[in-house]
Unconditional design. Structure first.
Length: 342
C-alpha cells in the first residue's frame, strides 16, 4: 500500500493538516480496499501547536519520513516569513535528509517556502498562495513561480496554492496514481468537485460587478457542450453578447486564463477521460474532443502530460467495464508549464 506521511510542523494550519487524511483515506479500489496508508508525524514525535488555539498529538516522530512514498507538508508558521530560517530550521533539514530518493514531495500553500529553502524547487516550476507568490519569486529567483494556477505537478515535486487548492492537488495525485474512476469516487464520498476550473486569478480580490453585469459562465457551459467542433473567440463573445475585447477581459478575470487556453485545457481533459473510460479509437477521440486529427491530439497530449494517447490509455486503463460512447468531460489540472493558447 502506498504510504502517505504528513509532517506536522510548529504552527501547522489545522484545516490543511487534515486534508491528506480525509482525501487519501477515501480512495478505494474496485474491490473496496484502501489504496493509501496515511500517517502523521512531527519532528520529535511530540505534540504540535497549531496556528489555532489548540495543539495536536501525533503518534509518530520524524523517523517515519524515511518510510514515505509521498511526503506532504501542510502550511505552518506565519504567512509572511521574515527570513529563511523561519521556513527551514535545522531540525527540518535533518528530516529532509531522511527522504528516500524516490519519495514524492508535496507542499500545500506556503509550505512551498520550506521546499524552496531546502533547494528542492531550484529550476522547477512551482506555486504558492497568490498573496505570497511575488515574495517567493523575489526570495528565490531560481524558481519558476506561477501565481495563477491552483497547483503545479512537476513529477516528483508538487506544490499547491492556498487552502482548498490542497484538496485539488490531493485529488490530482489520486487521479494520476489510479485514474479518473477512483478520483471521482473520492469526490463523491467527500462531496467535493473532482476538479475545479481556472486558477488562483479568480480568487484575487477585485471590484464586485454590479447586479446587471454579465458573466461568462453560461458561455463556458455552452462551449463544453460543443467541444467537438472549432469555437472561435468571436463566436464565444457573440454567445455572451459582448464585444471580443470585453469578453476576453471578463473571461480572464473570472477563470484566470484566456478563452483559447481554457478551451484547449477542456479539450485535453475530455480526451483524457475518453482514453481512460472508453474503447473509442484515437481518431474518434480526437474528433469528439475537438482536436480534429489524431496527430493534433497527440501533439497536445504530449505537450500537456508528456505521453502520447496510446501510452496514456495503457497507464490509466482499469479492469472495470468500458463504455463505448462519449462520457462526461474529465476533471483535472494540467502542469502549469505545459499551458498553451490556441
Amino acid at each position: 500500500m502506498h504510504r502517505v506521511v504528513v509532517l506536522a510542523l510548529e504552527g501547522v494550519y489545522p484545516f490543511e493538516l487534515s486534508i491528506p487524511t480525509r482525501i487519501f483515506a477515501s480512495a478505494r479500489s474496485a474491490a473496496g480496499e484502501p489504496l493509501y496508508e496515511v500517517l502523521t508525524c512531527s519532528i520529535d514525535g511530540g505534540p504540535v501547536r497549531t496556528s489555532a488555539d489548540f495543539s495536536i498529538t501525533v503518534d509518530h516522530g520524524a523517523e517515519l519520513v524515511g518510510t514515505a512514498d509521498t511526503l506532504i507538508i501542510p502550511p505552518f508558521g506565519r504567512s509572511g516569513p521574515a527570513d529563511e530560517t523561519d521556513w527551514y530550521p535545522p531540525p527540518l533539514a535533518v528530516v529532509f535528509s531522511r527522504l528516500r530518493p524516490e519519495t514524492r514531495i508535496v507542499s500545500i500553500c506556503t509550505a512551498s517556502y520550506a521546499l524552496a529553502a531546502a533547494g528542492l524547487l531550484d529550476g522547477r516550476p512551482a506555486t504558492t498562495h497568490w498573496q505570497e507568490a511575488d515574495h517567493l519569486q523575489r526570495l528565490h529567483p531560481e524558481i519558476k513561480v506561477d501565481p495563477d494556477v491552483l497547483f503545479v505537478d512537476d513529477g516528483d515535486v508538487l506544490t499547491s496554492a492556498g487552502v482548498a487548492a490542497g484538496i485539488d492537488l490531493c485529488m490530482h495525485i489520486i487521479r494520476r496514481d489510479h485514474g479518473s474512476e477512483v478520483a471521482n469516487g473520492v469526490a463523491r464520498r467527500c462531496v467535493i468537485p473532482p476538479w475545479r476550473e481556472g486558477g488562483q486569478a479568480q480568487f484575487i480580490e477585485r471590484p464586485i460587478p454590479g447586479p446587471s453585469a454579465a458573466t461568462t459562465s453560461a458561455t463556458r457551459d455552452w462551449a463544453l457542450r460543443h467541444l467537438h467542433r472549432p469555437i472561435p473567440l468571436t463566436e464565444l463573445a457573440a454567445h455572451a453578447r459582448m464585444s471580443v475585447r470585453t469578453f476576453s477581459r471578463r473571461f480572464r478575470d473570472e477563470v484566470g486564463m484566456p478563452p483559447g487556453q481554457w478551451l484547449t485545457q477542456q479539450r485535453v481533459e475530455l480526451a483524457r477521460r475518453l482514453l481512460e473510460t472508453t474503447d473509442l479509437p484515437v481518431d474518434r477521440i480526437a474528433a469528439e474532443s475537438g482536436f480534429g486529427t489524431a496527430a493534433s491530439l497527440r501533439q497536445h497530449l504530449v505537450a500537456t502530460i508528456g505521453v502520447p494517447p496510446s501510452a496514456y490509455r495503457h497507464t490509466f486503463r482499469t479492469a472495470e467495464p468500458r463504455r463505448t460512447g462519449a462520457g462526461p468531460r474529465a476533471f483535472g489540472t494540467r502542469p502549469a508549464e505545459a499551458r498553451e493558447t490556441v
